[in-house]
Design a protein around this ligand. Structure first.
Ligand SMILES: [Ca+2]
Length: 314
């Protein structure tokens, strides 16, 4: 009887081991299938996003080639693309945003890599308008200016190297706004509030007043007029550029201040940097892609749109 008991136990153990191996193979195969499906869906999403980029580039080129004196959100480029359902592929939606309607964080750095005091003051006013601490302005300016010498209220190597783990500020222009999340204590709530009003563009990107956010217009004029009245601002923009640069300038009490801002950050009515946000749904999977587009018109090349980068986060 004892021998039969051992044989039974051995048989049970063998069955248990075989079951465990079968389960492991089944699980691994399932995982591999899911991974392959995910990879395929991602590839398909990238193809659809590429198609959305081509469509957006065509609309933008047509709008910008007309030689219109102003680029504004009442034009066709601002209309949402889709949602378009493509058989056996997925659903794609695209939205262009004029990035020159935001404060360019890289304008905090002058052509020599030093902090521009006029841009710094404007950024402080923008933070206050958004009910964020203005003390972030010198910290962000030090993050991107060329030197390692902290400005008043700023922070350089001396702070970041004492953190655990320690790191160093890049001392170069930002490539994405999300880099701000690397600043200690600059949390998601602050980022979410600030991000729609700022961009990370080359220094030649001036502010387009026709698409400037309400908070940016108020920071520029140093008056509280449009924050809280966003609907009225949108209504003024239903047909044409608003405010026209000349009207905005003449409405300010400080004409010299306008000239200083114009020199520091550039003020105008045209744009050539746009963000395309593409949302793609494939089965149950959703992808977001952010493409930075620049309109280029340098003869003898024909005018057109260049994609400068693509990111999965803003
Ligand atoms: Ca620095």
């Amino acid at each position: 009887m004892k021998g039969r008991g051992v044989a039974l136990l051995t048989a049970l153990i063998v069955v248990a081991i075989a079951t465990a191996i079968a389960m492991a193979i089944f699980f691994d195969t399932g995982l591999l299938l899911r991974r392959s499906e995910g990879g395929l869906a991602r590839d398909r999403a990238m193809l659809l996003a590429g198609a959305a980029e081509a469509a957006a580039a065509r609309v933008l080129t047509e709008d910008l080639d007309t030689g219109a004196s102003a680029i504004h959100p009442a034009q066709r480029w601002s209309t949402r693309l889709g949602p378009v359902e493509i058989d056996h592929a997925g659903i794609v939606t695209g939205q262009l945003v004029d990035l020159q309607g935001r404060f360019n964080l890289n304008s905090l750095r002058d052509p020599n890599g030093q902090i521009d005091p006029v841009a710094l003051e404007l950024f402080e006013r923008l933070l206050v308008t958004l009910e964020l601490e203005p003390s972030w302005a010198p910290k962000i300016a030090d993050w991107i200016d060329a030197d390692d010498v902290p400005t008043s209220g700023g922070a350089e190597d001396d702070l970041y190297s004492t953190l655990s783990p320690g790191y160093r500020p890049p001392n170069r222009p930002l490539t994405t706004v999300s880099e701000l999340m690397l600043l200690p204590a600059f949390d998601l709530a602050r980022y979410t509030r600030l991000a729609p009003h700022v961009s990370a563009l080359p220094r030649d990107a001036s502010i387009n007043l026709c698409s400037a956010t309400a908070a940016l217009l108020d920071a520029l004029s140093n008056e509280r007029q449009w924050v809280g009245a966003e609907d009225a601002l949108a209504r003024n923009r239903e047909r044409e550029c608003f405010p026209r640069a000349e009207v905005f300038r003449s409405g300010l009490s400080d004409a010299a201040g306008y000239a200083r801002l114009e020199r520091a950050v550039g003020l105008g009515e045209r744009s050539r940097y746009f963000q395309l946000r593409t949302e793609t749904v494939i089965g149950t999977t959703q992808f977001s892609l952010y493409s930075l587009l620049r309109y280029e018109s340098t003869p003898p090349s024909p005018p057109g749109i260049r994609v400068l980068w693509r990111h999965t986060a803003e």
